[in-house]
Design a protein around this ligand. Sequence first.
Ligand code: PPS
Length: 304
Amino acid sequence: MIYLLQHTPKQMEMPPRPSLLDFHGVSMTKYFIDNWDNVQNFKARPDDILIATYPKAGTTWVCYILDLLYFGQTCPERQASVPLHERVPFLEITIPSQPAGTDLADQLPTTPRLIKTHLPVQFIPKSFWEQNCRVIYVARNAKDNAVSYFHFGRMNNVQPEPGDWSTFLQNFMEGKMVFGSWYDHVNGWWEKKQTYSKLHYMFYEDLIEDTGREIDRLCYFVGLSPSAEEKERVTTGTKFDNMKQDKMANYSTVPVMNHKVSPFMRKGKVGDWKNHFTVAQNGEFDEDYRQKMKNPSLRFRTEV
Ligand code: PPS
């Protein structure tokens, strides 16, 4: 999740680290529920595209791919001067003295509007379904997702204190994370896909394995036909190393994030979990995973 503090004056007080709250059965923080009426009453338009993810699943990557596909050629100056988190507003975010995500989305000048959310499927404002909007869901394997979320908590002051790795991992398994349980999130969205045809469910691991193929699938889903050169430009521009250097995409100027603790563009790999999980943690995690992930049609890869 990205925080909209790009233009925060340096002297502004840092928002305090929040604590987790139970919100209709899902762990959340005030930074994502304080604007709830406006979120729930958000008026989606039929051509809006919603990019939904559990935090740290590859949101920024897919937002950037779509933004370049749609606007890379027509608005190159926008790419160079407007941070990605303003080009693709984060619907439910609300941080004191910053524009709320709903306001940024309302003010977006683009067609289509690309809108990001981390909400579990049951919290999505109903207008997205009523308007039959296209929705793209990105999922990442639980182990790498947990590792990425842990480091994000260390570097981001508007996340709850993550504690040490073993405490964090335990909390992850228990769903005591902002936006709730990873298991419920990926399963809830997977179930939605069975009844809502305009939902494209994709995997971070597939993007890593073959970015070009996944961009083709995305284009097919949204009805775009970029030229070979255009597609190459998008594939190259959204490579990890290029995004890491890109100030409009790497969040380096967002004051609540301390990239010296851990950069937002951290590793961008599948399998970094092996550098974090002990053998015992891995065994316990796998056992717990088997209990929670009973749907045989939803399969994740922890290596590619
Ligand atoms: S957030 O804060 O929820 O929006 O974060 P999100 O963008 O979903 O996830 C951040 C992780 O995605 C990795 N990332 C990428 N990997 C490969 N290629 C590209 N281009 C790319 N862009 C972002 C980013 O490095 C985070 O993963 P980790 O494992 O922490 O490196």
